[in-house]
Design a protein around this ligand. Sequence first.
Ligand code: MN
Length: 146
Amino acid sequence: MLTPSLEDYLEEIYRFSIELGFIRITDVANKLDVSLPSVNKAVKILSKKGYLEYLPYKNIDLTEKGTRLGKFLVRRNQMLQNFLEAIGSEADKEEEAEAIEHYLSRETVDAMTMVVDFFRNNPDIQQQLIAFQKKYKNTQDSPNNI
Ligand code: MN
């Protein structure tokens, strides 16, 4: 198990490996708005845990284990944004997915993924939900009215 912070590092490292084909400490630092020593420290820990191959002043490479988890973390983040969209949340979906992603069990991630796919395959039911939400907002049941 990785800490939320290490999950975010691995997630961004995986994104860079896909988008640029290489991973640089400076890119990760800029993206996550953290210092170079912080990234160095995280990279060392992720290497020790077998997610990265790293020699100081050389390239960083994802191991197979790191690639697998990185892909999962990126997909989980995207799924959560899609989930928040699907249930009609008006929150900042990017920010909220970023915050909640680390605290969900694999079982809950699977269940939420299914909800996203369910709505994708049943747009008529999604429309019913949206219509219900519009009415619901004005009823006393809404938590906003408590
Ligand atoms: Mn996060």
